[in-house]
Design a protein around this ligand. Structure first.
Ligand code: SAH
Length: 493
């Protein structure tokens, strides 16, 4: 198995800087013993104009057999690979990734003591892997490397045997990546994506693989459109580990999205049509929503309240200001949002009486959570649209099936109203993290389905100006469970 990494340069910025970045001197060949054999690093060319480093892994068949890795998927010999690995058909590119991770460990981290400024700079890179096992073929290779900033991604199928074209293609492709990319980024992508494409059984999948994946995926994996497939394959479909990784990636993704304020477009009502005519400045929609939620909670007689997906804690703050609410729990998956919420509430400076009324918990609503049982009411304010539709049933079960408060208040944008937002281009959702926005009918269908499945009744309340044609900007559903005791009687069943 081998791969080459090459770059070009000028006398002022010589290509041989690659040697500094890789921590391997271009002037000599070096060998390293790895757990699966010997890895060689050599430079077929090393001038100021062009420099190419090659990593060649000589797999030790005895070590492999001892480790029970003697066969590839299905165990069939693969003729195309034979020329690269001396008739040893079982070498998997996962092993190459392992070798890459150990031989170029420092480069992978983006560290370069001799020239600290170098790793930060994108280089004109060319990566080639002549025979890359790719389950999913060149199409998947494009889906995986396409979104990662390369100017060109080539993945040519390798024929099973050059002498017998009628045999068709092997499961290998010749991969060439070209573009201005930082070397550490390129190596970290390869470190993760080679085993993903190989998709062979990896005996080394251990819990700390999740940490390795997240470290190597830093900066590119969370936002990758195929992050699910990458995570599941990298962790060899160990679903426990995959779920753990997915949750942690979600945190990363949310933290990255946090730069844009969750309420930005909804608050644009400040400059909306009514304000522009010089009429009274309207109340921001977010504030109107909080008022509507508080009114619904009052009407339900709720005292102990969950704010699920509490974000930066505005509603928790409003609940705290009202002594009717004796216990308030804010829950969010985003640690960053909770940190902002804690600061907003001045949790650290709160007197004992106040602080005994409020708690902030980190957790995902896509999983049942015992801590959420036994409350009078739960609020999901502008939260459901942040979940992928296929994950919504899990949230439904966690809230209506497991936590099961007597009252559940749900708000979500009414997509029909979007035509009334002047600042919103046609066809756009209100926030870039919204996975969907519903019409009134879609929201009612969803709500009625839940009410039926979980034994709740449901009423709908418009929030904001109820436009005769397109309805209100925010739609709200108030679910009530008739069989659960009223809050005054104590804990909900
Ligand atoms: N309720 C607040 C914030 C809405 S923004 C308001 O009305 O202003 C949506 C919030 O849901 C974000 O803070 C986001 O971190 C949180 N969220 C998204 N998916 C979640 C999940 N699976 N579990 C818990 N919180 C989630």
């Amino acid at each position: 198995m081998f791969l080459t990494v090459g770059t070009t340069g000028t006398p002022e910025k010589p290509a041989t800087d690659l040697g500094f970045l890789l921590h391997k001197h271009p002037g000599r060949a070096q060998s390293f013993s790895t757990s699966h054999g010997t890895a060689h690093v050599l430079y077929p060319e090393a001038t100021a104009e062009r420099c190419t480093a090659a990593l060649l892994l000589e797999v030790d068949p005895v070590a492999l057999v001892r480790r029970g890795q003697g066969k590839g998927r299905g165990g069939a010999p693969d003729a195309a690979l034979a020329q690269y690995v001396n008739d040893r058909p079982y070498a998997a590119s996962s092993l190459l990734a392992v070798a890459l991770g150990s031989v170029f460990r420092t480069a992978l981290k983006g560290q370069c003591a001799a020239r600290p400024e170098l790793p930060e700079q994108p280089l004109p890179l060319r990566v080639e892997i002549p025979a890359l096992p790719a389950r999913g073929g060149s199409e998947l290779v494009h889906r995986l490397f396409g979104p990662l900033g390369w100017a060109s991604v080539t993945a040519e199928p390798v024929p099973l045997d050059g002498q017998f074209p009628e045999w068709g293609d092997s499961r290998y492709v010749r991969l060439v990546l070209e573009g201005e990319v930082r070397l550490a980024d390129a190596l970290r992508q390869l470190y993760v994506l080679l085993p993903v494409l190989d998709d062979a059984k990896h005996y080394w999948v251990a819990p700390d693989e999740v940490d390795k994946l997240l470290r190597a995926g830093d900066g590119w994996l969370a936002g990758h459109p195929e992050h699910r497939l990458i995570t599941a394959r990298y962790l060899s479909r160990r679903w426990g580990l995959t779920r753990d990784a997915m949750e942690r990636l979600e945190l990363v993704r949310l933290a990255e999205a946090d730069g844009s304020d969750v309420e930005d477009i909804d608050n644009a009502v400040d400059d909306g049509p009514e304000g522009a005519d010089g009429t009274a400045k309207p109340v921001p929609l977010a504030a109107q929503r909080r008022e509507a939620v508080l009114a619904a909670l009052h009407e339900a007689g709720a005292q102990r309240v969950l704010d699920l997906g509490c974000g930066q804690g505005q509603l928790v703050q409003a609940l705290l200001a009202d002594p009717v609410f004796t216990e308030i729990v804010g829950v969010d998956v985003s640690v960053k949002a909770l940190t902002v919420a804690a600061r907003r509430l001045r949790l650290d400076r709160m007197g004992e009486r106040q602080s005994s009324r409020v708690r902030l918990l980190q957790g995902s609503l896509a999983y049942t959570d015992k801590r959420l049982a036994g409350y009078d009411a739960a609020v999901l304010s502008e939260v459901i649209e942040h979940l992928d539709l296929p994950r919504l049933p899990a949230l439904e079960y966690a809230v209506f099936g497991s936590a099961r408060p007597r009252t559940v208040v749900v708000t979500t944008p009414n997509v029909e109203y979007n035509v009334r937002w002047e600042s919103l281009p046609a066809g756009h959702v209100r926030h870039r993290d919204h996975r969907f926005e519903w019409t009134r009918e879609e929201f009612r269908t969803w709500s009625a389905g839940i009410a039926g499945r979980y034994g709740y009744s449901v009423a709908y309340v418009p929030v904001g100006e109820d436009d005769p044609e397109v309805g209100p900007p925010t739609q709200m559903a108030v679910f009530t469970h008739p069989a659960t005791g009223t809050p005054k009687e104590g804990k909900a069943a």
